[in-house]
Ligand binder design. Structure first.
Ligand SMILES: NC(=O)c1ccc[n+]([C@@H]2O[C@H](COP(=O)([O-])OP(=O)(O)OC[C@H]3O[C@@H](n4cnc5c(N)ncnc54)[C@H](OP(=O)(O)O)[C@@H]3O)[C@@H](O)[C@H]2O)c1
Length: 294
């Protein structure tokens, strides 16, 4: 099967390409090749590649910066998503579009189900929600939206790598403890995306994240302990929990954004890995890539 992946140099795109199934002939493109918000560029690319499946991971992902770059965020996450869906429709391709837990407001007291009401509280979340709506409107029967949360990987920029860097440089860190979510390794997400790509008849929206919940503070403790165990960090350090109000950021983030994956687990027949185990495996891979120097 011919597959086109946008955002191929991002953390998820990189993992998708690395884990491509042997039966898939994959073309990966990123911003240097095609700007997804330019309809003519996307259509020309899709007519040339002739994919049966498009996986759209390309996105404007700078959550805080989006507050001052609203137009750019909507241009990529909403207009861009629509351009990809239009091109998929004209080529008769199926589309898997990646979205986020940040489409929810965070006021729930149980994991969010795919059909729960959305209510983004940031520009990034609003732009991603508009992208979801454009995809569902343009390609109602041939698209699947997969929402995920708190992504990290050995490739690209993310919380785990930022924390490791800070932990090597400092004796003390303060990390937000009142936002709860599910850290998700882009590699385990890639597996779920490929399984969805090879299946027919899926629900319109799926939720996928690694199992278990954590605050950013819990996640930081996990990174510290696992990094010490894996030889990525020489010494321990103190990490103190703080509230979101002690660490003001331009974008508001949901207080609670755990995704309910029960339906996805059922339809894909895939059980999520616990986030601590996923983190352990990612750090092992990261260390193997020559990053073990303390
Ligand atoms: N990161 C998270 O924590 C998280 C959580 C939940 C959901 N998601 C969603 O998961 C997906 C993948 O995220 P990720 O973490 O892999 O993001 P990422 O590492 O930022 O990768 C996104 C890629 O898209 C490219 N891109 C940006 N604007 C583009 C445009 N106009 N046309 C074509 N390509 C463009 C970026 O290029 P440049 O780097 O050159 O800009 C980058 O290579 C996104 O849909 C994101 O919204 C992410």
């Amino acid at each position: 099967m011919r597959v086109l992946i946008t955002g191929s140099k991002g953390q998820l795109g990189t993992e998708l390409i690395r884990s491509r199934p042997p039966e898939c002939e994959v073309t990966g493109v990123d911003l240097q090749d095609v700007d997804i918000s330019k309809a003519n560029e996307v259509t020309a690319l899709v007519s040339k590649v002739k994919p049966r499946l498009i996986i759209n991971t390309a996105a404007y992902t700078a959550v805080d910066q989006a507050e001052s770059e609203e137009e750019q965020a909507f241009n990529v996450n909403a207009v861009g998503a629509e351009c990809v869906a239009v091109a998929a429709r004209s080529a008769g391709a199926k589309l898997i579009h990646i979205s986020t837990d940040f489409v929810f407001d965070g006021n729930s007291s149980r994991p969010y189900r795919p059909d729960d009401p959305t209510g983004p509280i940031s520009t990034y979340g609003s732009s991603k929600l508009e992208g979801e709506r454009a995809v569902m409107k343009t390609l109602p029967n041939e698209s699947v939206i997969i929402r995920t949360s708190w992504l990290y990987s050995a490739y690209g920029k993310n919380f785990v790598k930022t924390m490791l860097h800070l932990m090597r440089a400092r004796d003390h860190l303060r990390v937000v403890a009142d936002q709860i979510g599910s850290p998700t390794w882009a590699k385990t997400l890639s597996k779920a995306i490929w399984m969805a790509g090879l299946k027919n008849e899926l629900p319109g929206i799926l939720h996928w994240c690694d199992a278990g919940t954590a605050s950013w503070y819990d996640f930081a403790l996990g990174i510290r302990d696992e990094a010490i165990r894996g030889g990525l960090l020489e010494k321990s350090l103190t990490i103190d929990p703080i509230g979101s109000s002690d660490y003001p950021t331009p974008a508001k983030r949901p207080r609670y954004s755990v995704l309910d994956t029960a339906e996805t687990v059922e339809v894909l027949g895939l059980k999520p890995l616990g986030w601590q185990e996923a983190l352990r495996q990612m750090l092992e891979e990261y260390s193997g890539l020559g990053n073990s120097k303390k």
